[in-house]
Design a protein. Structure first.
Length: 90
């Protein structure tokens, strides 16, 4: 199992930052069949081979995920895509 832990700073107001996380989760859900749910300011996501969360704080977004055996081989490209989306949205 591989672990992803990405911290990304931002300067968005809370409502806009939460909306950006929600939009990213919606795209992931549509593209990869991921289920997600909010618990306060933490968005939990899960699908076969991956589970994790996106924690939203006033100045930072933290993405943490555990990748199963098959997705561990794609850790580099997955991290790259997450960073690209964070740069784009925040």
């Amino acid at each position: 199992m591989s672990q992803i832990d990405i911290r990304h700073t931002h300067s968005l107001p809370h409502a806009k930052a939460r909306k950006a996380v929600e939009e990213a989760a919606t795209k992931l859900s549509e593209r990869f069949g991921m289920d997600y749910r909010w618990e306060g300011d933490i968005l939990h996501f899960v699908r076969s081979g991956v589970d994790g969360h996106i924690a939203l704080s006033p100045r930072q977004v933290q993405v943490t995920a555990r990748l199963g055996l098959l997705l561990s081989a794609l850790k580099g490209p997955i991290e790259h895509e997450i960073r690209r989306v964070l740069d784009e949205r925040f």
